[in-house]
Design a protein around this ligand. Structure first.
Ligand code: ZN
Length: 139
C-alpha cells in the first residue's frame, strides 16, 4: 500500500497481495482518521462478500476466488469504542461478466486497487442494536 494526502483526501494504491480491510484499518490508525467515505475500483483474487439476514441475526458469506474486477467499492470509516470500524460494500465482476455484490468482509488484491478516502469533519461512533444485531451509527 502506498498513499498520499491531498487536503482532505487520501489517494491510495493497493498492490498485489494487499488485503483491503487490513490496509484501510492501518491507514486510518496511522493518520488518525475518525470519519471518512471510501470509494474505489481494482482487481481482486480472493474475496468474501455476503448478506446479513436480519431475521436470523446471521451473516451469510460467500468466498469468491480467482481474478475478478472490483467494479465498485463503497463504504465508510467510523469508530467503535475508539477503534477503526470499516463498513464496505462491493460489486465484483467474474471473467464471464457476471457480477456478485454484498457486504465486503475480506478482499485480497490480484493486480492493483485505486481508492480515495475522503476525510469528513467530526466523528461518528457505533452502538450495537439488539433488535437488528448490527452496529448502527451513534451520534
Ligand atoms: Zn454492510
Amino acid at each position: 500500500m502506498e498513499y498520499k494526502r491531498f487536503e482532505d483526501t487520501f489517494a491510495v494504491r493497493l498492490d498485489r497481495g494487499d488485503e483491503i480491510l487490513g490496509c484501510l484499518t492501518r491507514l486510518c490508525e496511522q493518520e488518525g482518521i475518525l470519519l471518512a467515505s471510501v470509494e474505489g475500483i481494482g482487481a481482486s483474487r480472493h474475496a468474501v462478500i455476503g448478506l446479513y439476514d436480519v431475521d436470523e441475526h446471521a451473516f451469510h458469506g460467500t468466498e469468491l476466488n480467482g481474478p475478478m474486477e472490483i467494479t465498485s467499492l463503497l463504504g465508510n470509516v467510523t469508530r467503535k469504542d475508539g477503534k477503526v470500524y470499516l463498513h464496505l460494500h462491493a460489486t465484483l465482476c467474474a471473467p464471464d461478466k457476471h457480477a456478485f455484490g454484498g457486504h465486503l468482509n475480506e478482499c485480497v488484491i490480484g493486480a492493483t486497487a485505486e481508492l480515495f478516502v475522503r476525510v469528513l469533519p467530526g466523528e461518528v461512533g457505533r452502538r450495537f442494536d439488539e433488535d437488528l444485531g448490527l452496529n448502527l451509527f451513534r451520534f
